[in-house]
Design a protein around this ligand. Structure first.
Ligand SMILES: [Mn+2]
Length: 144
């Protein structure tokens, strides 16, 4: 299993390749806000662990294993954003919160959160009911 840090890199590389068709060390470094030398080190490790193939002057490509995991990691991130949005988290907190929790949930929890998101999407009236509870709670906090 990849470590949280490896997951961040695989997720980022997968998204860059989806968007642009390639992932450059400089782009990975910028998106993850790390030094390019850290990227090179991690990319070499990911190459050794067979998540990707890296050739210094030709760039990098994900292996089948890397693609499969990358796809799941991007799905997990997007699912958690949807989940936080449904439960009413302020949009300015969503990205950072997902970055903070995504590596620390089991796939079992992810699957169950997936069920919940699916449930709310199929029953939007339940989101309305939830908003009412939230409104009541916020009014109560204001009164205290
Ligand atoms: Mn993420």
């Amino acid at each position: 299993m990849p470590t949280p840090s490896m997951e961040d890199y695989i997720e980022q590389i997968y998204m860059l390749i989806e968007d642009k068709g390639y992932a450059r060390v400089s782009d990975i470094a910028e998106n993850l806000q790390v030094h390019p030398s850290s990227v090179t080190k991690m990319v070499q490790k990911l190459d050794r662990d067979q998540y990707l193939n890296y050739e210094k002057y030709r760039g990098l490509i994900l292996t089948a294993k890397g693609k499969k995991i990358g796809k799941r990691l991007v799905y997990r991130h997007e699912l958690l954003e949807q989940f936080l949005q449904i439960i009413g988290v302020n949009s300015e907190n969503i990205y950072e919160d997902v970055e903070g929790i995504e590596h620390h949930l089991s796939w079992n929890s992810i699957d169950r959160i997936g069920d919940l998101v699916q449930f709310f999407e199929g029953n939007p009236e339940c989101i309305e009911l939830l908003r009412k509870v939230q409104q009541q709670n916020e009014e109560q906090t204001e009164d205290e």
